[in-house]
Design a protein around this ligand. Structure first.
Ligand code: SF4
Ligand code: SF4
Length: 475
């Protein structure tokens, strides 16, 4: 979506945050003001509350979200997922990736500008602290150039101390999402010698977040984040993006005091007065008038900035706005394309499948395998027996008593040893003996069905086979 009359056609040849020798150019974006920024601020309060409270929120005693990759234990919305829930995990991943595709194809990088934790923390927390301590863009530039003085040292030290403290909180929150609040509490309150690994991760996460928010900043979005990189493959001419209406804006030129709108129009000038307000607020340092760029995180700061300018010069707002290429070039309304419709149907199908899998999955996962090396035995009363090993995984956070019942007639199931009671989130193993009457046997192997019960309710049904004698041996 590039302006045909864009005066700077070489913008794709270099990074907006590097000089011609490749050195980092530090950005001092101006503080945005306007309805979009206000809406993002309110949304950020909600998101920050959810983000920081998330590890402490419990649903049926389980955290809202826990992603323990080390122990391969995952809890989403209070539901525990085990490695045994492979299909659910695979469908969850498919939903995640399809969701990204659908969302990006329809709304570009809306996620980045409004809800990505990196943008929310950077623009709504760390950047605001910077404005509070060092002032707006102009004061920040002046402070950066100023020689070191007591006031400058005080400002820089205060800012970085606050940044470090906040990074510690953010790092610990991430750790709580990985290991859980109980383990995090143990690390903090117990003898440090017992938690060297946990403390190392705590420090590591703090340093990583401090480096990101104090130094790395927009580079995380423009260099590291893969989302921005594959975005270009997902956008089409109907995708809604933050866009400059070059038809209305060009030919750009500064507004002369003596000129009114009609006189300006008569000279062939567009509505863009080349004030660079949109560029000065951009946290990634780009000029949106050059068209859609990978660095644009759709933060809407340039929309607010330009709308403020339009209001001052009595021109309609929306020179920069949410729009599609077709909307700007041909004035077409936003529409749902067949491609997007296909993605949506696929996504809805996957969500439906996920819900069926989650709501019909059992609280326990039982496997029944014949004991290795054991064949059948004949008992004193003439029946035949097979020995099995039963393993029961308890996926809940409470104790689950298990009863096993042979559903075949003419047979019996005996649990060897104590009754099976599976501790929360643990696995229990036991041996069982299945005995069948001679009359129930088929030659060779006989299918058997074992019901797994808890509190009198069948929670799983297992089909397995019973080895018996061949016809000639049995008779
Ligand atoms: S803020 Fe609007 S008027 Fe000013 S340079 Fe940007 S697009 Fe042009
Ligand atoms: S171009 Fe506009 S929407 Fe994109 S990052 Fe810059 S200020 Fe945000």
């Amino acid at each position: 979506m590039e302006s045909a009359s864009s005066p700077k056609e070489d913008f794709r040849d270099h990074l907006s945050t590097a000089d011609k020798d490749g050195r980092r150019q530090w950005l001092f974006p101006r503080k945005p003001h306007g309805p979009y920024f206000r809406a993002r601020t309110y949304l950020s309060w909600l998101l920050l509350a959810v983000m920081f409270a998330g590890p402490f929120v419990r649903i049926h005693g389980n955290p809202l979200l826990l992603l323990n990759f080390v122990e391969r234990k995952f809890i989403i919305l209070g539901q525990i997922f085990w490695p045994q829930d492979m299909i659910i995990s695979a469908v969850t991943l498919l939903i995640f990736f399809t969701g990204i595709i659908v969302f990006t194809a329809a709304f570009g990088r809306l996620w980045c500008g409004w809800t990505c934790p990196q943008t929310v923390l950077m623009e709504m927390v760390f950047r605001k602290i910077e404005y509070w301590i060092e002032g707006d863009s102009t004061e920040q530039r002046a402070l950066a150039k100023a020689p070191w003085s007591g006031a400058k040292i005080f400002k820089k030290l205060s800012k970085h101390a606050l940044f470090f403290g906040l990074s510690f909180i953010v790092g610990n929150t991430l750790l709580a999402y990985i290991i859980g609040t109980e383990q995090l509490y143990n690390i903090v309150t117990d003898n440090p010698a017992n938690h060297a690994q946990g403390l190392v991760f705590m420090l590591l996460f703090t340093l990583i977040f401090y480096a990101i928010f104090a130094r790395f900043r927009e580079q995380a979005c423009t260099f590291i984040c893969p989302y921005g990189r594959f975005m270009s493959a997902l956008l089409d001419e109907n995708t809604v993006v933050v866009a400059y209406d070059y038809k209305r804006g060009e030919k750009r030129g500064s507004l002369k005091r003596s000129e009114n709108v009609e006189q300006r129009r008569a000279t062939g000038a567009g509505d863009c007065v080349n004030c660079f307000a949109c560029v000065s607020v951009c946290p990634t340092g780009i000029d949106i008038r050059n068209g859609t760029q990978m660095e644009c995180v759709h933060c809407t700061a340039c929309i607010d900035a330009c709308d403020n300018v339009m209001a001052k010069i009595n021109r309609p707002r929306g020179l920069i706005r949410y729009a599609s290429l077709n909307g700007i070039e041909r004035g077409e309304p936003l529409r749902v394309t067949p491609r997007l419709m296909g993605y949506c149907i696929l996504l809805l199908g996957l969500i439906g499948l996920w819900m069926v899998l989650v709501f019909t999955r059992s609280e326990v996962e039982t496997t029944l395998l014949r004991a290795p090396g054991a064949l059948f035995q004949q008992t004193a009363d003439g029946r035949f027996s097979n020995l099995y090993t039963v393993k029961v995984v308890n996926k809940t956070s409470h104790e689950v008593p298990i009863q096993l019942k042979l559903e075949n007639s003419n047979g019996e199931l005996q649990i060897m040893g104590e009754a099976i009671v599976v501790a929360p989130e643990k696995l229990a193993q036991n041996s069982i003996l299945i005995m069948l009457d001679k009359s129930a046997l088929k030659s060779g192997t006989t299918p058997v069905v074992v019901g797994v019960y808890s509190h009198g309710k069948r929670v799983q049904t297992i089909k397995t086979s019973f080895i018996g004698p061949r016809d000639d041996t049995a008779k």
